[in-house]
Design a protein around this ligand. Sequence first.
Ligand SMILES: [Zn+2]
Length: 213
Amino acid sequence: MSHTLTVLWTIEPQTPPRPWLACSRCRGARPFECSGKTRLNANGRRLDAWLIYRCADCDDTWNRPIFERQPVRDIAPETLDALQNNDSDWIRQVSFDVEGLRRNTDRIEEFAECRVTRRVIAHPLEVCIQLEIALAVPLPISMRADRLLSAELGLSRSHLVRLAEAGRIKLLAGARKALQRPIRDGMRVVLDLSEARDQGAIADRARGLFQPA
Ligand SMILES: [Zn+2]
């Protein structure tokens, strides 16, 4: 264990997905962006709730249904509270819910860029020959594991494939071909760096110490 560097990477997407919808004002399909605002409407003892989106070109609105004609007693108190207070964390969570958006449209634009926050969990006592990366992915994300590792560790994707074939990279809580699959919360990546020539540089990148020349 003394040769293992363990880090936690928290990966958060930056831009919510944009549904493409027919905009009546633009007279064609346009991307709509989440406005960060909700609308709640009471109808006797039943409630409607929407998340408001705006056409990227003309600002026309689209109300994304969160629920419709729902009896008040069936709504979770924290959901009601979030809607009444325009809770930004809750809204952010819903705005990244791609699966939910698919109920409204098949055409959804997703954005790859995300922010990676690194935290060292355990330092190696000696030379780092094993790197263990725990992934925290609080919001759904379409980033593939190989893209993430390639961008963040400075390794080419073909290099990653070679490491995987040599059994030097393991994705725990991942299926076969997991390198090509989207990352998931709770995934762990274990890299055997014993044969790597640039193990120091890889370890520095993993913990966020890398300074581009
Ligand atoms: Zn429009």
